[in-house]
Design a binder for this molecule. Structure first.
Ligand code: NAD
Length: 431
């Protein structure tokens, strides 16, 4: 089919679904974006973006040309050829998979499923979700997968804030519920992506995503543990990682930080762990990495207390946090370790403020905080500035010049470590 006639619906217009929808629309697909959030849909209908990677000019182009249309009305999916699901897969309060968004999107689709439609699940989830959870819901329509409609899994690999790779340059792993389902999904994605990677089952596709993110989870946790050990060994972890990274094979550098945050890396391994628990087994690496990740938060707080000690008690200190998002250059604080670090400082009596160019306000434990302007006077009045996120536009010179003490957890002060009032996580220095 000519792609200019092909119609695709994307369900869930968040960090994954919106960039995907805009890319599809730019490529000439008639793209409908469906979301339950009326605020988001209204903004998109007015060509206003709420995601950093998508600017309003781009949205105006695809909304204006009619190639992208946002709606809250699921009935519009009856007209499309393919439906791509990009809804959230968070954890419940018991740290188990919360599939309620996939289930509710599945029910909406099932009630409107048309013969010949292709449905692809892109949300990150444990192996078995497509076949054991989504398939039965869709077959309640009376249609059968592989003959009447087609169902596949292709985990999303978008990396918000990453300007190196365009969405269509990231190879797409695809598994189908049946052979025909896989062929249908491959045939669509070959028109969209430069590279497609077929795998033998939806379970293999689902586990590929969990393997990728668990690999990062375990390795970042390992390097964080090494950073804590390096503070005791009095060796600089940053120097050691850089030196090790010169090895042309067999070593992949990972860098320390205040703990792993975001919607994916700390969450996906726990999806895998939950699935393993159904087989009465578990991954030791995931358990330990989760523990180390939590330990980082306590370490940042106790290390700050130690650094302040010669001059100031933490209980009466003024602390400024630079960067509250879970990673650089994104406006996303979901599961950011910063939130718990701020809470712990407050519980210990410190007066905490924050500066983050991406986050105008923040609510932590029911208390609203607003972004503090970084003035020279304010920096001078702080007892400690803690750099928790390494946004590209950090005004480093200003901070270094005016703050009496800087605790850098991201190595942005690299090259300034001779400066007596700057301490980096894992550099092993006494103050
Ligand atoms: N954010 C990332 O960096 C990233 C990267 C790769 C994969 N993923 C995975 O992609 C999935 C989506 O993540 P995200 O970051 O885009 O989430 P998000 O929270 O930013 O967006 C999800 C959107 O889905 C909407 N939604 C929820 N239930 C719905 C329903 N039943 N019908 C229609 N819309 C619904 C929400 O209103 C929201 O706008 C998750 O499984 C996530 O793990 C995320």
């Amino acid at each position: 089919m000519d792609i200019h006639k092909e119609k695709i619906a994307v369900i869930g217009l968040g960090y994954v679904g919106l960039p995907l929808s805009v890319m599809l629309a730019e490529k000439g697909f008639h793209t409908k974006g469906v979301d339950l959030d009326t605020r988001k849909v209204t903004m998109l209908q007015q060509a206003k973006s709420y995601i950093g990677d998508i600017d309003d000019t781009l949205l105006r182009k695809v909304v204006g040309s009619g190639s992208f249309h946002a709606t809250t009305n699921f009935d519009e999916i009856k007209e499309v050829d393919s439906i791509i699901i990009c809804v959230p897969t968070p954890l419940t309060k018991h740290k188990t998979p919360d599939l309620s968004f996939i289930i509710s999107a599945g029910k909406e689709i099932s009630a409107r499923l048309q013969r010949g439609q292709l449905v692809i699940l892109e949300s990150s989830t444990f192996p078995g979700t497509t076949k054991e959870v989504l398939l039965p819901i869709l077959e309640q329509s009376g249609l059968q997968a592989g003959t009447d409609f087609f169902l596949a899994n292709s985990p999303e690999r978008i990396d918000p804030g990453n300007e190196t790779y365009q969405v269509d340059e990231i190879p797409k792993v695809i598994g189908g519920v049946t052979k025909k389902c896989k062929e249908k999904a491959l045939s669509l994605y070959k028109k969209i992506y430069h590279n497609v990677v077929p795998v033998s089952s939806t379970e293999a596709a689902e586990l590929t995503k969990l393997l990728e993110n668990t690999f990062r989870f375990v390795n970042i946790s390992f390097i964080n543990e090494m950073a804590l050990l390096c503070d005791q060994l009095k060796v600089d972890i940053w120097e050691v990682v850089e030196a090790a990274a010169t090895k042309p094979y067999g070593f992949t550098p990972f860098y320390p930080g205040p703990g792993i945050g975001g919607h994916c890396i700390p969450v996906d391994p726990l999806y895998l762990q939950w699935k393993l628990s159904q087989y009465e087994t578990s991954s030791t690496f995931i358990t330990i990495s989760d523990q180390i990740n939590k330990r980082m938060i306590d370490y940042i707080v106790t290390r700050t207390e130690e650094l302040l000690k010669p001059r100031q008690l933490l209980s009466s200190a003024n602390i400024l946090i630079y960067g509250v998002t879970y990673k650089k250059d994104v406006a996303d604080t979901r599961d950011s370790p910063t939130l718990e670090i701020i809470e712990q400082f407050r519980e210990k009596g410190a007066k905490v403020s924050y500066h983050d160019p991406y986050i105008p306000r923040l609510t932590i434990a029911g208390q609203l905080m607003t972004n503090t302007e970084l003035t020279e006077k304010m920096l001078r009045e702080m007892d400690c500035v803690i750099i928790l996120t390494d946004h590209s536009n950090i005004p480093l010179d200003k901070i270094l010049h005016h703050a009496p003490l800087v605790f850098d957890t991201r190595n942005v002060t690299k090259g300034h470590h001779g400066t007596s009032h700057v301490v980096r996580l894992g550099e092993g220095a006494d103050l």
